[in-house]
Design a protein around this ligand. Structure first.
Ligand SMILES: [Zn+2]
Length: 115
């Protein structure tokens, strides 16, 4: 009894919150590309859809990736497809602009924090 562990005394060497979720867009070159997985459910071994959006040029694409893929994996798959010219993508409507402007603002703050 009475034994206490000091969890608070952990030294922060380098803040590495999460895996990077904002990537450089191959279309406009701005780091404003986000990848999300709308389908939360799925079995390991199956595949799911990754949604790719650029907050700058409004590029919008969907690719199918293995369920185990993280954002960064989906990103490299996306890049491959993009450079091979196999990717089907479009650009979002103007309506979305307000929301994504806010998003990219947040993103740039995050970016600063990383460095
Ligand atoms: Zn872009």
């Amino acid at each position: 009894m009475g034994r206490r562990r000091r969890k608070k005394a952990r030294k922060i060497i380098r803040v590495r919150k999460t895996l990077p979720k904002v990537f450089q867009c191959p279309n406009c070159g701005i780091r404003a590309l986000t990848i999300t997985f709308p389908e939360k459910r799925g079995e390991p071994g199956s595949s799911r859809e990754a949604l790719i959006k650029c907050g700058h040029c409004k590029l919008y694409a969907k690719i199918e990736v293995p369920y185990v893929f993280h954002e960064v994996d989906a990103y490299s798959r996306f890049l491959d497809l993009f450079h091979e010219g196999k990717l089907e993508y479009m650009f979002m409507e103007e309506e979305e602009e307000e929301a994504s402007e806010e998003e990219s603002l947040k993103l740039s703050t995050e970016e600063k924090g990383e460095q």
